[in-house]
Design a binder for this molecule. Structure first.
Ligand code: UDP
Length: 369
């Protein structure tokens, strides 16, 4: 059985690494294809986990717009599919790479397995274009790996029968647990990580921030920066913000927050560095999907700068608080938390997975052959 795994971006690399490792551990014939959408941020993750990339496409060199990126991946992958004829292709989540790969596979009648199927906001504008991408993949996939019962319920009400759906947990937890074990066993890496963050003052609470969503470009980012500027006025917090490389993010963030003493604007972090920062943080303010899923495993409260979420499980469990992307509300909710007025529920269990999702996916993939 020939298995093709297509990956385009950093979160896909993190979340598919455990699947690649598990399938290869079981002796499966796996080809890993990088579309090149975020090659720069993706390659170090595979290097960290010791995963070889077999095929490299060059999406970034051809991507001025979302459509150009999409068209390039469909065309380039089509050539690879024609030559290699895999029995199944696995794609992850909701990126342009995943959606384009699903279309290319559909045209070549290669069955697709969708990892992290069934997430929904039912709003094509938020997140954009991810809500469209994941629904496109879900309608074309033969096997739907839903991370939670809630995601499986979304799929069932849209039509697919239980035969196509496997509830697995989210592989992001598998990746996090593996990465923590690698980090904890490596004294030199630990020393390097501590040195990398030596700018953080001990005894001062740390807010870790990430934000990159396309629908927040412009006014949304100005509001987020205004909130951070106001929170930075407190002497009892320090803010660490690894800034996404997209110019729509970098520009306003550096312009509005660049000169504040207790705001540390830094380059995007390598995965082990980011895990260190999450462990070090007292709270996390983010618009990221993956970070919402990871943080409960590290016992960290998460405040999500979005109005809608496709991850309601964390909100129901009390470990995620939605704060939107207006400055006033972000400042109010975080100030209440920092002042001990509203501590939220203690983070106990992670609703997104138990670290064994990749094994369940590998079982189902190998059985389908
Ligand atoms: N991450 C990272 N470095 C960073 C910020 C995030 O390695 O500077 C990791 C994080 O641990 C998580 C993933 O990247 O697993 C989230 O990616 P992102 O927020 O870009 O995408 P999303 O999850 O929203 O699709």
């Amino acid at each position: 059985m020939k298995i093709l795994i297509v990956i385009g971006t950093r979160p896909e690399a993190i979340k598919m690494a455990p699947v690649v490792m598990e399938l290869r551990r079981r002796g499966a014939d796996v080809t890993v294809c990088s579309t090149g959408q975020h090659a720069e941020m993706m390659e170090p993750i595979f290097a960290f986990f010791g995963i070889a990339v077999d095929v490299r496409l060059e999406a970034m060199a051809h991507a001025g717009s979302l459509s150009q990126l999409f068209a390039y991946v469909v065309g380039a992958l089509d050539k690879h599919l024609e030559a290699s004829r895999p029995d199944i292709a696995l794609v992850h989540g909701d990126t342009s790479s995943a959606a384009a790969a699903a279309v290319a596979c559909f045209h070549r009648m290669v069955p697709v397995g969708h990892v992290e199927a069934g997430l929904r906001t039912y709003d094509f504008a938020a997140p954009f274009p991810e809500e469209f991408n994941r629904r496109l993949v879900d309608i074309s996939a033969s096997v739907l790996f839903a991370p939670t019962e809630g995601a499986a319920a979304n799929l069932r009400q849209e039509g697919p029968s239980d035969k196509r759906i496997v509830v697995t947990g989210n592989t992001v937890i598998d990746a996090l647990l593996k990465a923590c074990a690698i980090i904890d066993a490596d004294a030199a890496l630990n020393r390097n990580l501590a040195a990398r963050f030596s700018f953080l003052r001990p005894g001062v609470r740390t807010i870790l921030v990430t934000a990159h969503r396309r629908e927040s470009f412009g006014e949304g980012f100005r509001q987020i920066c205004a909130a951070l500027a106001e929170l930075a006025g407190r002497s009892d917090v320090q803010i660490v913000y690894p800034v996404h490389l997209n110019p729509n993010v970098k520009g306003p963030v550096h312009e509005l927050l660049g000169k504040r003493e207790n705001v540390h604007l830094i380059e995007p972090l390598d995965y082990p560095e980011f895990i260190y920062a999450m462990r070090r943080a007292d709270l996390i303010l983010t618009d990221s999907g993956g970070v919402q899923e990871e943080a409960p495993s590290l016992g960290k409260p998460v405040f999500v700068m979005r109005d809608k979420t496709e991850r309601p499980e964390g909100v129901a469990a009390g470990c995620i608080t939605m704060v939107g992307n207006r400055a006033g509300r972000i400042v109010e909710v975080l100030s209440n938390y920092l002042d001990g007025k509203d501590g939220g529920a203690p983070v106990t269990a992670n609703p997104y997975g138990d670290g064994r999702a990749a094994a369940r996916i590998a079982d189902a993939v190998l059985k389908s052959g």
